[in-house]
Design a protein around this ligand. Structure first.
Ligand code: UDP
Ligand code: MG
Length: 316
């Protein structure tokens, strides 16, 4: 089979009502623009009849393919599985709930193939979601992510994104890390990340699958991803430094206290708050060092410890 120009990857959980409309819309856009394409729908353990709908749609249009998870693993897992199966030159992800518009596909495709972006993220500039629970927290979230990652996007978590095939094949999305795919891609060596203002609509059928926990989890994930990408392969450089600083401060204070005790004959050292701070600092410093050593042992045994992405070779 020839590789198609576009693979559309759609993660979905209980979106049976939206699917026929979505598939028909995608097909219409693809045919109008004469794109060769495939659609990979990943049913993330739906309990409605989403899978039956996909089966039926696939019979009438064989470019529609499907993967069904045994249970709900989450959007990141669904995207990751879709990325593994994708074969198109450009891979486009979109939500199944009709909030993202397939009319954006030609524009996104052009930005990857003509403007040579590695990744283009949608930006729901005019957004049709609840202002208080989604829009305002998400502004803050995007601001934090931009300042921590150095990637200037307004809408990291937009479901509508386009990638060069190579990019999706070199990244792994797990846990709830789908919010940080641009960060993961940048760290994998694909810094050319663009943004396209996209149409957004209110949810037509069903309800949102993410509650308020998204912000707590999202923030913790950002800390994890910053740590893992910077220090995942050299944990001692972080823990060792912190440990050394703590230990040194504690040790210096203790040494001073010991000196003062004999030099100035002060006998109530243990009454001084700084005495306890010194003890705590030395203990913490030692603990941080130990965390660093354990981290090194783990990363030494990690299978991907010497996994690099090689872009080109000559004579080898
Ligand atoms: N989704 C999924 N697995 C999940 C949760 C959501 O595949 O565990 C899909 C969902 O069906 C939709 C997309 O991810 O296609 C985005 O979810 P949703 O529209 O609920 O998020 P929101 O637009 O409210 O951020
Ligand atoms: Mg949605």
């Amino acid at each position: 089979m020839n590789t198609p120009q576009i693979t559309v990857v759609i993660p979905l959980l209980n979106e049976a009502e939206s699917l026929p409309e979505l598939f028909a819309w995608i097909a219409r856009v693809m045919n109008e623009n004469h794109f060769t394409y495939e659609v990979i729908a990943i049913d993330d353990g739906s309990s409605d009849n989403s899978w039956e709908v996909i089966q039926k749609e696939s019979e009438s249009n064989p470019v529609i393919r499907g993967i069904k998870f045994q249970r709900n693993y989450g959007k990141s897992a669904a995207l990751n599985e879709g990325f593994k199966a994708a074969s198109g030159q450009v891979v486009i992800t979109m939500d199944a709930d009709l909030q993202d518009s397939p009319d954006e596909i030609p524009g996104l495709y052009k930005m990857i193939t003509v403007d040579r972006f590695d990744l283009v993220s949608g930006w729901k500039k005019k957004r049709f979601d609840n202002t208080l629970t989604k829009n305002i927290p998400s502004k803050f979230f995007n601001w934090v992510t931009t300042s921590m990652s150095g990637i200037h996007l307004h809408d990291f978590n937009c479901g509508l994104k386009a990638y060069r095939l190579k990019v999706v094949k070199s990244i792994e999305v797990y846990g709830e890390m789908h919010r940080y795919i641009p960060v993961i891609a940048k760290w994998a060596g694909y810094p050319k990340i663009g943004e396209k203002v996209v149409q957004h609509q209110a949810r037509k059928y069903g309800t949102t699958k993410f509650g308020w926990e998204r912000f707590v989890n999202g923030f913790l994930d950002l800390m994890t991803i910053s740590f893992v990408t910077k220090f995942g392969k050299r944990p001692m450089h972080l823990f060792g430094l912190l440990g050394a600083i703590f230990f040194f401060i504690g040790f210096a204070i203790s040494a001073y206290l010991a000196f003062a005790k004999f030099a100035f004959l002060e006998y109530n050292m243990t009454q001084r708050p700084i005495f306890y701070m010194a003890l705590v600092a030395m203990i913490l410093g030692t603990q941080l060092f130990l965390a660093g050593f354990i981290g090194e042992l783990i990363s030494r045994n990690a299978v991907e410890r010497n996994h690099y992405l090689i872009e080109d070779r000559i004579g080898l």
